[in-house]
Design a protein around this ligand. Structure first.
Ligand SMILES: [Zn+2]
Length: 425
């Protein structure tokens, strides 16, 4: 209960549990759930959520992007509103809560507010979006990009991994016209969206480790990625070539990764935000052998930070270290193209508002970075002040074992309701 006596009730929690169960039953797979982006299953889930919202007394409609939207009766045409929600699609054999948790939490807020006669200082529209996951077409955050007019041309023509038809064709199937998308016209009137708020399950272990049910998100990490860095040296006999004569690319790669790891440690110890991963690496299986110094090794590098300066700094550091190692070890590095995504900071006033809400509820007011990308990053980069709430979740996400407790979702929804009902200028 909040000081004012407003709450998400046990009955709201049962209602949420019932929705999760029913939606999981609509999207079965051999393990976990599969709700492909822009599929008939996705539409069926939206139809079901519409029924639940209508039964709760909410107004329901589809927006120009064919996402479902819910509001208190009479607030559909509000000149300005807070948009809150997440996505309903999932990766193949994914978990039931990635995305859906944020949609259900937003619906719970509206339902609880309606029942208790609460009014929001700004009307709230809860949105259930389509097509966030990149697993089906390649591009991610499709619905939010459609709404903000930021779907790139090569994304619009990306092919579905199953039937090979384009994203535009699939959007047309569900009733989204292609013309405005080609012209990059936002399908939402962005001047009406005062802010965007998204609850999502945490995809890392931090909240479980700190024993906290929920936290505010400070920002969404951007990234600097190289798919295939090739280090070239010289092949030789492992027993015959002394150290001084070697040009060993694997030792050079290990040296580089070790130096990056040391800098990473320093940056984190001094309060910076950074994660570094080399997820794919190997020598050529056609020529490598136990007793052969390899002539080449290739590896991927995925560097992420909330802070653009840290990413730029890491890029400079990478070049300096590669030059030094190449000279010392007589090897060469070829990085190939860098793929970069800018970080998205959450709006400071929303982070502060969410922390105030947590304090008012007697919770630890914590903010943490998001390692994964979310629709909130698209809204933030389109100029809509955005915020996020993370809810504790065990076993990561994008797998059938993700585990969120309804009580933790209720804690997250209470933070949202407290925030949304607090007057601010
Ligand atoms: Zn998600």
């Amino acid at each position: 209960m909040t000081a004012a006596g407003f709450a998400i009730s046990d009955e709201d929690a049962d209602w949420a549990a019932h929705i999760f169960k029913a939606v999981a039953a609509m999207s079965p797979d051999s393990a976990g759930v599969s709700r492909p982006a822009l599929s008939a299953t996705e539409t069926k889930v939206l139809d079901f959520l519409d029924t639940q919202a209508a039964e709760a007394g909410l107004e329901t409609w589809r927006d120009a992007g064919q996402n479902s939207v819910y509001a208190m009766p009479g607030q559909r045409d509000a000149p300005r509103y807070v948009l809150t929600g997440s996505h309903v699609d999932s990766v193949p054999q994914g978990g039931n809560y990635d995305g859906l948790a944020g949609v259900v939490a937003s619906m719970m807020c509206l339902r609880a507010a309606l029942r208790q006669g609460l009014s929001f200082p700004l009307p709230v529209h809860a949105i259930a979006m389509r097509a966030e996951e990149s697993a089906w077409f390649g591009p991610c955050y499709i619905a939010s990009k459609v709404l903000t007019g930021s779907l790139a041309e090569d994304e619009a023509t990306a092919r579905h991994k199953g039937d090979g038809r384009s994203l535009l064709d699939h959007l047309a199937d569900v009733g989204v016209a292609a013309e405005p998308l080609r012209a990059k016209t936002p399908l939402a009137d962005l001047s009406r969206i005062a802010s965007y708020l998204e609850l999502h399950i945490e995809q890392g272990p931090l909240l479980a480790e700190r024993n906290l049910p929920a936290a505010a998100v400070s920002g969404i990490r951007g990234n600097l990625r190289f798919r295939d860095i090739v280090v070239s040296g010289e092949a030789g006999h492992s027993g015959a070539v002394p150290r001084a004569y070697r040009r060993d690319p694997v030792m050079a790669m290990a040296d580089l990764l070790n130096r990056l790891d040391e800098s990473w440690s320093t940056i984190v110890q001094t309060g910076g935000d950074l994660v570094v991963t080399a997820g794919m690496l190997g020598t050529d299986p056609a020529s490598h052998a136990l007793s052969r110094i390899p002539d080449k090794v290739s590896f991927s590098l995925d560097i992420r930070s909330q802070d653009l300066q840290t990413l730029t700094g890491m890029r400079d550091l990478l070049e300096t270290e590669m030059d030094d190692i190449a000279r010392r070890r007589k090897v060469s590095f070829a990085t190939g193209p860098a793929i970069t995504t800018a970080p998205a900071l959450m709006a400071p006033e929303i982070i502060a508002g969410l922390k105030d809400a947590m304090s008012a509820l007697g919770m630890d007011p914590m903010a943490m970075p998001s390692g994964g990308g979310h629709d909130a990053a698209v809204f933030a980069n389109a100029g809509v002040p955005s915020g996020m709430v993370f809810v504790r979740n065990r076993n990561g996400s994008h797998n059938p074992d993700e585990a969120m407790e309804i009580d933790d979702l209720v804690a997250g929804a209470r933070i949202m309701l407290q925030y949304l009902t607090t007057p601010r200028q």
